[in-house]
Design a protein around this ligand. Structure first.
Ligand code: GLA
Length: 736
């Protein structure tokens, strides 16, 4: 998969889906030649043209003016020595200077993927890793570039290690996990910005001249900007066109830079955000960056998404649950908020059992003395008397009734009104002498400190061991301000945000290893930390606190650009919606939630028998089609970001089953009839709809399509159409 042409200094990583080419050029600079569809062999045709460019400096001692770092497409560009574009790395040397020039030194190819200590990372035996060592001879900094390629995936996983080989301290001010320069090409930028309750709202725009930065400096990957972007050729659709996807396997501050230079070349970088990042590296010390994935598709966005799904599923998510059908759950949050007792919970539980729910999740308010969101975070022991008979007894009852039991925790946080705060007021992240900004009346524990991690580990271990528990919802409900750790020196305060994430990962590693039978679901005020880093520890995520199905169609569609259906928690909630006050039919709420990991989040005791019957039917249908939905091929058919309606489908790997969901936001008066063209079917198979009203070949369903709005259905309408293969036409006849 990896070869090195010693004579011409060319590295070539390739498999049956991609090729990635680099070359050692003048001054031992590592240039980027190509990333894209596979090239069986490389002749040298992409060698970068030489030309004297005004205002672009040359290498020291150069004989001519034809070569400049300012224009050369590079692999890991530096600052201050001739390239004026965005550097991949910035180092403050002991003398205060920040010029660097990284030259190729040597390389290694290893079969076993190097471990990126303390970080979530890709794994898998079917991989090879190229390690290229670059060095700055003056500052004696060595940069190790890691490139992993898998035998069958259109992806390169990249990370970087910095070694200080000098006898003086240096400071890292920016470390990109990956940087790549594209020769002149027109690109559109796709990314997933948003906010609380409106996560991952897909945006698309042409890449303008200049620099775009997509960042989160909130101490979390955030609702506001997912650590992902894609560059796609203009007019790329779901099925056509070339696209590159960039994803950081990280849950903290991040930054992506997309720069179009004066020659229309595009530099794309992704890594930890440099804002307030400053890592001191003493002599002999090393720094490991998070890993980044760069996927490639020459068949549109559907293939790009499929590549991410595959890599996340095969090479990042570790939980034993990843291959298992996920249970239909009920969560009491939007049903009761903090206002519950055992009687109220039992009523919901009993109804849930009747309609086929499999897991009961007790959300916020069961611990310390918490009756609202102002107290008790940090005190992970039972609120005495809140649940008559106690939590352990309730978890037993849930099991006796044939359901699994799960619980909500928010371990990274602390309320001022808590026993933990009374004992350890210095454990919060804040700047001594400066009043810290509360968020939701809570503060963040300094997880960079080992004793804080240990305390949480002990408390949670005790809790998880004292009740019959199958599931944990791990929440995080504010972003980081007043960033400072009392345990670090003044010159290390720029390390706090990253050390916090390392501390979190270490705690998660311990707990998920200790309790492998617990299904962990990550949450951060909904989808405020929906990232590949968290997925390494927890196989699913609460997608958004917004349970309005009309909003959810966009949220789930945006999320699906990168993250597979088997990671997306989706619940049926009450009307009017708590987030929008919108009233939508129970069928629509059910169909949208059934397009993810189905759950319920409403007071079943208040529902009438009609609604309960619909729910029972929808849950049965979901269970019958769960493997198809959770693990089939997911295909976006109509984008909710471009239309007043949306559609998607799930197709079994053998193409014998297909489930289509169609959603209409607002009814138009006298609408145009619209054929919805399916994709991904076997053209020669004959499919029949569940209701028996449509029988057609895959070719017909894909080329002619099905009518979806031939009646006036009204606002907020949804329909589910299930097709099963009932035969096939003779392939030879079809060709006659
Ligand atoms: C966050 C979560 C919700 C719920 C509340 C409880 O907002 O996203 O689902 O658990 O916290 O306080």
């Amino acid at each position: 998969m990896i070869s090195f042409d010693q004579v011409n200094g060319i590295f070539h990583l390739s498999n049956n889906k991609i090729s990635y080419l680099m070359q050692i050029e003048e001054g031992n600079t590592l240039s980027h030649l190509y990333y894209g569809a596979p090239i069986p062999s490389y002749s040298g045709i992409r060698s970068y043209p030489r030309m004297d460019r005004s205002f672009s400096p040359n290498l020291p001692g150069a004989q001519d003016r034809l070569f400049s770092l300012d224009t050369l497409p590079q692999e890991y560009p530096t600052f201050g020595t001739g390239d004026f574009r965005s550097p991949a790395i910035q180092i403050r040397n002991t003398d205060g200077s920040s010029a660097q020039s990284l030259q190729y030194s040597h390389y290694k190819i290893v079969k076993e993927k190097p471990n990126l200590e303390g970080l979530p990372q890709t794994f898998g035996e079917d991989s090879e890793t190229l390690i290229i060592f670059l060095e700055d001879a003056i500052s004696q900094v060595q940069v190790q570039l890691n490139y992993t390629i898998f035998s069958n995936e259109p992806v390169i996983a990249r990370s970087v290690q910095i070694h200080n080989q000098s006898d003086q301290g240096i400071q890292l001010e920016k470390v990109s996990s990956a940087s790549i320069d594209f020769a002149k090409e027109e690109f559109e930028l796709l990314h997933l910005p948003g906010g609380y309750s409106r996560e991952r709202m897909l945006e698309k725009q042409p890449v303008p001249a200049g620099t775009i930065q997509l960042t989160s400096n909130r101490g979390a990957s955030s609702h506001h900007q997912n650590p992902f972007f894609a560059l796609a050729h203009p007019h790329t659709t779901e099925t056509n066109g070339e696209a590159y996807g960039f994803l950081l396997i990280y849950s903290g501050n991040h930054e992506s830079t997309i720069e179009k230079d004066s020659f229309d070349q595009i530099r794309a970088q992704i890594g930890i955000s440099p804002l307030n990042f400053c890592w001191s590296l003493s002599p002999g010390e090393s720094f490991q960056s998070p890993e980044a994935l760069i996927t490639y598709s020459n068949a549109g966005l559907q293939e790009l998404s499929a590549a991410f799904y595959e890599v996340l599923h095969k090479h990042i998510i570790r939980s034993t649950y990843k291959e298992q059908e996920r249970p239909v759950l009920i969560n009491n949050w939007e049903a009761t908020f903090f206002d519950f007792d055992r009687e109220r919970l039992t009523k919901i539980l009993d109804r849930a059992k009747e309609i086929g729910v499999e897991l009961f999740v007790l959300d916020d308010g069961w611990f310390g003395h918490r009756d609202d969101d102002r107290s008790s975070l940090g005190d992970w022991f039972e609120y005495p008397g809140k649940i008559a008979g106690g939590l352990a007894d309730f978890s037993k009852e849930v099991h006796e009734k044939g359901l699994k039991f799960g619980i909500w925790v928010e371990p990274e946080m602390i309320s001022q009104d808590s026993e933990l705060f009374n004992k350890h007021p210095d454990w919060i992240i804040h700047v001594p002498g400066r009043p810290a900004a509360p968020g939701r009346d809570q503060f963040i524990l300094d997880l960079s400190r080992k004793e804080v991690q240990d305390n949480l580990y002990q408390q949670l271990k005790k809790l998880f061991s004292s009740i019959e528990i199958d599931y944990v919802k791990w929440d995080m409900n504010r972003n980081m301000t007043d960033v400072f750790s009392q345990q670090l020196d003044a010159n290390q305060q720029g390390e706090v945000a990253h050390r916090y994430i390392l501390g979190l990962y270490s705690l998660l590693e311990r707990l998920t290893t200790e309790f492998p039978t617990i299904l962990f679901e990550s949450c951060a005020g909904g989808g405020g930390r929906f990232d590949a880093g968290m997925l390494y520890y927890m196989p699913q995520v609460w997608t958004s606190d917004n349970t309005d199905p009309i909003c959810r169609i966009q949220i789930q569609s945006g999320t699906s650009l990168v993250y597979p259906i088997s990671t997306m928690g989706a619940h049926i909630a009450d009307i009017p919606s708590h987030q929008t006050r919108r009233k939508t039919p129970i069928e629509t709420r059910s169909d949208v939630a059934s397009s993810g990991l189905l759950g319920l989040e409403l007071d079943l005791a208040k529902l009438d028998s009609d609604d309960l019957n619909v729910l029972k039917m929808k849950i049965n249908f979901y269970k019958a089609n769960r493997v198809l939905i959770q693990f089939g091929n997911f295909i976006r058919l109509l984008s909710p970001f471009e239309n007043n309606d949306a559609a998607w489908s799930f197709i079994s790997h053998d193409q014998s089953e297909c489930l289509v969901y169609y959603f209409q936001t607002l009814q138009q008066p006298e609408p145009a009839f619209k054929p919805l063209k399916l994709r991904g079917l076997d053209p020669y198979a004959i499919y029949q709809s569940d209701a028996g009203d449509i029988t057609a070949t895959g070719a017909e369903l894909m080329q002619l399509g099905i009518w979806v709005n031939q009646q006036k259905h009204g606002d907020f309408y949804s329909s589910a159409l299930k097709f099963n293969k009932i035969g096939e036409i003779d392939n030879a006849d079809a060709n006659d």
